[in-house]
Structure formats: structure tokens, C-alpha cells
Design a binder for this molecule. Sequence first.
Ligand SMILES: Nc1ncnc2c1ncn2[C@@H]1O[C@H](COP(=O)(O)OP(=O)(O)OP(=O)(O)O)[C@@H](O)[C@H]1O
Length: 720
Amino acid sequence: MNAMQKQVRRSSASVHHQRQYSDNFIDAPSKWLQPANLLQDYGLYGGGGGTQGSKWNRSLHRSMNAGSELSFDPSAPRNYSRSSSLHKSGDDSVSPNEYSPGLLDIHSFDTELIPEMPVRSLYDGASFHHPVRGRSLDDSEPYLSSNRSADTAHGLSENSLLKSFSSDKDRATPVAKIKVVVRKRPLNKKEMSRKEEDIISIELKTNALTVHETKFKVDLTEYMEKHEFVFDAVLDENVSNDVVYAETVEPIVPLIFQKTKATCFAYGQTGNGKTYTMQPLPLRACQDFLRLMYHTYRNQGFQLFVSFFEIYGGKLFDLLNDRRNLFMREDGKKQVCIVGLQEYKVSDVKTIRDLIERGNATRSTGTTGANEESSRSHAVLQLAIKRSADGSESKPPRAVGKLSFIDLAGSERGADTTDNDKQTRMEGAEINKSLLALKECIRALDNDQNHIPFRGSKLTEVLRDSFVGNSRTVMISCISPSSGSCEHTLNTLRYADRVKSLSKGGNSKRDPSSSTLNVRDSTAVLNVEDITTDVQNGRNRFGWPRELKRENPPLADIDPIPAGRADDNLPTSLYSGYYGLKGDQNDTIDDNFDCSENVFEQEKRPWMKKTELQTRQQDLAESNANTSSSDDDLNVLLKEEDDLVTAHRRQVEETIDIVREEMNLLAEAEQPGNQLDDYISKLNAILSQKATGILKLQKQLSHFKRRLNEHNVLVSSSEH
Ligand SMILES: Nc1ncnc2c1ncn2[C@@H]1O[C@H](COP(=O)(O)OP(=O)(O)OP(=O)(O)O)[C@@H](O)[C@H]1O
């Protein structure tokens, strides 16, 4: 045992604990490795075995097996101690029949049974928001159960429970906008056989985590470098999925009824437990949603909808509708909509479980060098709470809030993909690209940039909602304890650290509905009416709120063309000038103006149709007496000019962004050579497309300037 190993073992009691658990973990694979037992367990829930091949469903079964988490009977308290025995019962001694129908019969969900529902736990900070730590997986269940029995012991009647439930709703503790939780998994068999050590120590009280990295001096003597991190919560290998749920999603559930959009996603290297962690969460959340719907919000017309899709190779597929291809769009309110996505209204847990299993079975998985059953896609499961306007079910319901669960595909380094086939490497490239895009967004938010490159990937487009407006985001970083994964682990933790820093300022400044600054990704067109209204509403003519001081006012560096200036030369250095002068700093742009060709065609102003100078002269002579109309004309023209230049600038910025993102991609994704070629040709195609767009805009701008010149000549001649 080397010095580092000794130190690691000495440094944390949890390491020792972990060892014990790891041994169990290997000695008793039936807990979560043997499909046979899992199927048996699955049988308990009345499901079929048709999807047992899916890692997801096995994981679901595992999580069912791992506790009371998924057993749901509103008529009986959540019997955690019972589930604990169920958990222990990876052994065969307990037959399915031994479980009371009350515990396992999820069909029995009925509002009539609700009075007996132990609802308090949902808001019981004491029992749920502070998970039990340093205990074994099994230990945590009796703890929860003891809390429950404490409720009864305190003589809380059903009514008082209900009352406390409702009032707790109103004084629910504020939930952080972004919460970053790290979960460490136990060492697995492979790592043990390679004699890899646990290099992660966790300080539960302070939510601190230390990575002990072995390094070598020049003279080859070994030394230990410590990397310390602190997160919102740190969960060690002994923590059950129950506790993970309580720590992450449970506090958010009630907020969804209050128009909140929330996202929970797992991030981490392939094989580190993202699926294992994420898989049980939606079902647990559904249980709580149903409890609230049938209880606190009883008869208020709330409905629960489930949808499930995956992002694979940059495309969207409906996992509940034969992998139908889906398209992402923005609606009038700049909300992301997935066109064609099938949503299912659900009112009982069994249906939800069936749907989740169906989706899981359809999801793309594959084998990578690091994980035999690796998720090769990002899976997005959404639970939407809707309600019809009058609270009844007669009218079509409208969305109230949404909770999305995103199981990200595993991140891999190029170096780890050498033994993968081409398909897997291509998948890896796409996955890395989207994770990189996610990182770029997080970095941009972190740096307070006004432009957030959400459009970098489908994943970030979907996730955009999570970072803006009334949203909550929970990121669970899954890490391996193994010394062999040290570099990966540090990458994951640094990533998590960056996300965590986002939460520092409350981050509400980025709500695009309150400002147009952060709407780079909007495709909405700012038309004249909008501008006028905005001016009246205290915004300037570009749609920016007046009180917002822009560091780089539009056109400042691209040679603005003052009204009346007879300068017909296009700022030919526009591109290079802008790029050179502004570089990274200028991410502030007005994207409300869509400069795409089609839009531009639709947006042509009436004055452009008047081509003859005489006509204009005549028009102008007729309205000569009315100088205000001439001013109006000029204003319209000036606005045209601004719009054109803004559109032009946006083209340039987009191009720069694309180049920058692609360059980052090339630098960071560590792609094998053949994929570099793909990227470069893709980049070239995008650039030439953008160049054509820019040329067109330049022509239009030049044309406009001629017109403006003519107009000025006319105005000055009429004045004389
Ligand atoms: N906390 C944990 N306790 C016990 N087993 C775990 C834990 N986390 C992960 N595992 C096991 O490790 C293996 C890999 O986990 P999982 O498939 O969830 O990884 P992943 O991060 O989703 O991988 P990928 O990104 O490749 O899909 C699984 O067999 C899983 O059961």
C-alpha cells in the first residue's frame, strides 16, 4: 500500500465504510446486477418482463428493489422499514406474496383513500431535506420510517396532517435556483480487480469533497495533491436513491404547481451512475405530484402529463411514439416547444411506470470502452402540470409548470474511445459536442455574458428553459471513486463547480421575458409596431429597455452612418473591424431582428417599392407643408438603417460565434482525425452560407444608403 493509499484510508472514515460497501456490492451482485432477481422483483409490481433487456428498466427495477421508493400506496404510510427489508431481500427468502397488496398495489390509488395518506413527508424538512449520511443504504430507510412513526406518535391526526400539509405549501422553504449535488458511486468490480483505490473523501457536515491525486516529482518521488470542492450537497456511496430524491427533486415538486419550470439532470463520465441515479426520480416525483393533485389541490383541475424523448445524433426522437422524429420550435412567447411530441395524461402510478419503461426500452444504448450498457443519447422525461382555465376538465388544459429529467449521455475523452467502433466514436463526438455546448452556455452565464449560445446544440436548446426565468435546476454530478478515473472525476467536479457558481447571484437577471438582451436564440421578428410599443414602454427603438446601459451600443464600432451623411461607401471593413475591435467582448446583440432572407423579404418596407426619384420628389412636394411627415419619413428610414445594420452585425456575430464554438469543439473534443475533417467541411459550409447572407445584406445596405442620400437631398432642397 503506497503512501497515498494510506493517507486516503486515514483521511476519511467514509472511505473505510465505502470499502465495506464495495465488498458487499461485489459479493452480492443480485442486488443490482442479476436480471433474474430483478425480474422477480419486477413481478411484484405486476409488470411484464418484456423489457428486461434494457439497462434502464433493470435500473428501474433495481431502484424499486432498493427501497420503498417506488412502492406506492396512498392508503398506507410509506413504510420505509418495510422497504428496507425489501431492499435487503436481494435474497430469495421473501416471496412476492409476502408483500401486502397495500404496499405494492399501485392500482389502488384512489382519492377515497387519501385521508390516510401520510403527506407530511413531502414538506418535512427534518426528515427529507437533510438526508441521513454516513449510514448504510439500509440504515436510511428505518430512519425515514421512524420519522413517520414520530408523526403518529406525536398524535398528528389526519386532519392536522392535512392542515400542516396545506400550510406548509404556503411557507415552503425557498429552493435554490441552481443546486449542484455530487454523488459518488462505490468502486465496481472492474476497478477492484485492477486494484484501483478510492481517492475521494467526503466531509458530510460541510458538503466538502476532496480528491487525492497521486503525482510524481521530477525525481519520481510520489506525492499527493489534494483538490477540494464544496457543493450544495455531497452524497457518498452509502446514500440510497430515496435520499437522492429527497435531496434533489422533492423540494421542487410543489413549485411546479406554481408555474415553475424545473430541470434535473445528471452529468458525469460514462459508467458513473447517471442512469442509476436518474432513473428512479421521475416515478418518485409522479407519486408526489399525484399526492398533491389529489390532496392539496384536489378538485382544482390540475392534470399530469408525461412525455419522453431522446436527443440522439443532434436529432429528437419520441420514445413513447415509435421513435418518431420530432422538431424543436419556439412559440410566440419564446418558449421551447417540441413539435409532434406525444404527451400522455396520467392519473396513476402504474401507467406512469409503464410509460417510463416503454420509453426506457426504446432508448439508444450501446457498449463503450467504459460501460457495457452506455446511454448513447440524452433522454428527456418531462412531467407537465396543466390546468384548464376554469379549473374544470372540460376545456383544454394549459401548461402550469414542468419538471424535466435529463439523463445525459456519458462524457468520454477521445483517449478513451480508441477501442470503440466508428459508430460509437461518432456518437461520442456528438455527445461531447452537446456537452461542450452545455459547458459554453454555463460559462457564458457564469461570465455574465449577454449572449448565451443556447443554439450550440439541441440539448442546450432544450435546457434553455432551465436557466432563464422562473426556473429551478438541479444538477447531479456522478463520479467514480477510483484512482483510475481521477482525471475524469476532476473534470466532472470542475464542471459542477462552474455550474454551482452560477447560482451565486440568484441568476434571475436572465429572464428573457423581462429583457430582450438575452434573446440571442429567439427567432421572433421585431416589427415596427413592437418597436413603437416598446418606445412607449420605456424601451429604445431597438427594443432594449432604456435603463439598461449597454457597454457597447449598437453600431459603435462599425462605423455608424449618421442621418444625412452622404456616404455611399459601405463599411467594407465591417467584418474585420468588428471582429478586431470587439472580439469576445461584444456578445450584446439584438436578436429580436431576424435577418434571415425570408424574413427580410417579408419585412421590406413600403418605401422600397417606390423606385423613381420623381415619384418621391412629387410625394415630398405634396407633403412639403407638413414637416412632421417628412420627419416621420426620416425616422422610418433611420430605423430601416438601424435594422439593416443590426441584421448585418448579427450575421457577423453569428459567424464569429460559430467559428469560435467549432474551434472550441475541435480543441476540446479531441476527435480522431477523420472527424476533424467532417467538422471542418461542416464549418466551411456554414461559413459560405453566412458569407452569402452577409453579401446580400451589404447590397441591401448599400441600396438603402443611396436612398437615404436621395432623401436627404430632397429634404434639403424642399427646405430651400
Ligand atoms: N450509487 C451506485 N450504487 C450502486 N451501483 C451503482 C451506483 N451507481 C452506478 N452503479 C452501477 O454502475 C453501473 C453503471 O451505472 P450507469 O449505467 O447508471 O452509468 P451511466 O453514468 O448512466 O453510464 P452511461 O453514461 O454510459 O450511460 C451500473 O451497473 C449501475 O448499477
